[in-house]
Design a protein around this ligand. Sequence first.
Ligand SMILES: [Mn+2]
Length: 419
Amino acid sequence: MPPFRFVHTADLHIDSPFRGLSEVAPSLQSVMQNATFEAFARIVQLCVEKHVDFLIIAGDVYDATDRNLRALTRLRQAFEQLADHQIEVFVCHGNHDPLSGWGAQFSWPDNVTIFGAEAVEACPVLKNGVEVARVYGISYAVERITDNLARAFRKETQAPWSIGVLHTNVGNNPYHLNYAPCQLDDLLASGMDYWALGHVHAHRVLHEANPVVIYPGNPQGRHPRESGPRGCYLVEVDAMGQALYEFVPVDVVRWHEERVCIEGLRTFGELLAALDMRVDALQQSQERQGSIVRWKLEGRGPLHRELARPGRLEDLLATIREKWGGGPHFVWSESIEDETSREVDRTALEQEENLLGDFLRLAGHAEPALVMELQEAVRPLFHDPRFRRYLSPPTQEQIRAWVHAAQWQGIDRLLAGDE
Ligand SMILES: [Mn+2]
């Protein structure tokens, strides 16, 4: 069979708003407003550069509730650009852009195939007059689809390399709306060679080969929980029908959670320097336009008292927003949370003749026995055949860390109110 290439994406949510960014600098607002579209433009660019034969979009292309004509118009321009390069586009609709919803009647160029909602449709992909692949798909008629649509997919006899396109929640994933729910087994039983899924926004390979089953995730994160690299999958099918696939990041703005330990830091200047190093690293590793960071300060140190003073955290946030929040590789600080604890001189506390002193002396004394006892106590759990496959027993070092954590919790609780 002739080899071919395609790109698989989903959940574009074109031109839908970023969440939790009411305070963002005006100069960045347009960058973020354009980010979902810009990420898709990079996918189009990838398709052109890699000379792919077709592009698959597995649902939630736009949000029908936004009634955003600009989004559809820009999408059509992107599809026309693909048409200029003889690249076909296969689209199924999901829960955010169901066929009954606003926008579904929009007219698309001829290179675009929109799957219907009545039944699974099969579309041949021709290359130099030879059918190299067959793309099967079905769209959501309405937002809430509770039927298992995966079971309606079946590779036809004599069909070439076959791809299923579906917006679905596989395996009752509780973090996502349970639309068109199915099990991995349903997908494996269909005879497809590749499943181009959509719906879950974190990219994940559910099955590595025969068939390949992939959630590409959304190409642009839109809120703090959508952190880390976002992109699409570039798939290359060789003459033997083997698929090689690669995740390609295309996000324009990336969300991060950065945890910074205040241990050993004496001044705000030193804290700023520590944050500075992180920002440097973020800027170096990105060809993206920018990053949005949710900072978490943790650990014990003298700065804890300073950070707890009224207004200090807000002041710090304003400072770092001003410092890094502009320019071509901006690092916008979404928020900064203080999870630090007081610095404690444990040796001194242990000498004191009071409840805390007693507690610490007792805790130190009991530690070896406690570690042994805990190890015995958890043993049945880690040796139970039901859990053994998923859990490996904790090392003595790990158990000692639990005991230490408990001791610190005791110290903090007994000291509470002293501050
Ligand atoms: Mn969805």
